[in-house]
Unconditional design. Structure first.
Length: 140
């Protein structure tokens, strides 16, 4: 199956030091924005120390950093802080990082599906018990 992108297209967009910015490839490859993928490199991300995140970034050369931007809500004038990602993955490590990140994302999706299925089964059982106990509100 042919991918809708070519790694070489991303490598051509590397900066003068050989780093390909996350924003260059994240949306096309993962259908996620650069902020979502940056969690692999963000020590403040709650899954940073998970085995999946560690495997995805292992031996990957990167120049990823984070900056905090203060924004103001137009309606209320209230200010809030947003973390933005800068930098990217070294061009020689890009293909390996993409493969490892795809595995991590797929495993995470499968784990989520399994947990959601368990939740749905428990929820359905509670609904069934309540229907038996209280009956249906529908008038027949």
């Amino acid at each position: 199956m042919k991918t809708p992108y070519q790694i070489s297209d991303f490598i051509e967009q590397a900066d003068e030091n050989g780093y390909v910015a996350l924003k260059v490839f994240c949306n096309k490859v993962f259908r996620l924005n650069d902020d979502a993928i940056s969690g692999f490199f963000d020590s403040e991300y709650r899954f940073y120390d998970s085995p999946r995140s560690q495997a995805a970034r292992k031996d990957i050369r990167n120049n990823i950093s984070f900056i905090e931007i203060i924004k103001k809500r137009r309606a209320t004038g209230e200010t809030y802080t947003v973390r933005k990602v800068n930098g990217g993955i070294y061009k020689d490590d890009l293909e390996y990082f993409i493969a490892q990140a795809k595995i991590a994302i797929l495993e995470n999706d499968q784990l989520f599906d399994k947990v959601y299925e368990q939740y749905a089964l428990q929820r359905n059982e509670k609904v069934r018990i309540n229907l038996e106990k209280y009956g249906s509100r529908k008038e027949e």
